[in-house]
Design a protein around this ligand. Structure first.
Ligand SMILES: [Zn+2]
Length: 176
């Protein structure tokens, strides 16, 4: 089932999420619904608060570039109670967007490489390294779990230029 999205201005996007204590049928259904919702909006990741569930859960579905310039098909990954336990000093900037903040894009600088600890849908804890686009998507979604949005990470001038449009988005979507 496709779920309704939370949009910029809704308070749930600013809350720190609760830990997931039990992986049950209800949670598995939520993950299925999040996949459907993400796909319907052509997203490459979505976090539970974006579908009005304030729990530490997100999914990513990011195409992976190969060394010879091709792209591997995206691989769906589920992260429950995620924690970024290490990151590279080296940063790279790329334009990001967010399903909860339609039509807004901005360049975010993030570490190129991270190490993540999380639980998968079978309840297994894993520790894994991610680089590039996947690492970026994980950090973007992990921010959602902590009530942080990518616009918070834009530099002064870029953020300032967006203020007016952000206010318009808030008005447009909160009226519904
Ligand atoms: Zn987002």
């Amino acid at each position: 089932m496709k779920l309704s999205l939370a949009y910029y201005g809704e308070s749930i996007l600013r809350k720190k999420c609760e830990r997931v204590n039990e992986i049950n049928e209800e949670l598995r259904q939520l993950v299925n619904d999040m996949v459907e919702t993400m796909m319907a909006h052509d997203g490459i990741g979505i976090a539970a608060p974006q579908v009005h569930h304030s729990i530490a859960l997100f999914i990513i579905n990011v195409p992976i570039p190969t060394e010879n310039g091709h792209w591997l098909p995206p691989k769906l990954r589920v992260f429950i109670n995620p924690k970024i336990i290490a990151h590279s000093e080296e940063l790279w900037g790329l334009e990001e967007g967010c399903l909860s903040i339609p039509t807004i894009y901005g360049t975010v600088h993030r570490p190129i490489k991270i190490k993540v600890e999380a639980t998968d849908l079978d309840g297994n804890v894993f520790i894994e390294e991610f680089v590039g686009y996947e690492a970026r998507a994980i950090m973007h979604e992990n921010d959602h779990i902590n009530g942080v949005l990518f616009i918070d990470r834009l530099h002064g001038k870029e953020r300032k230029e967006l203020e007016l449009r952000l206010r318009e988005i808030k008005k447009k979507y909160l009226k519904k």
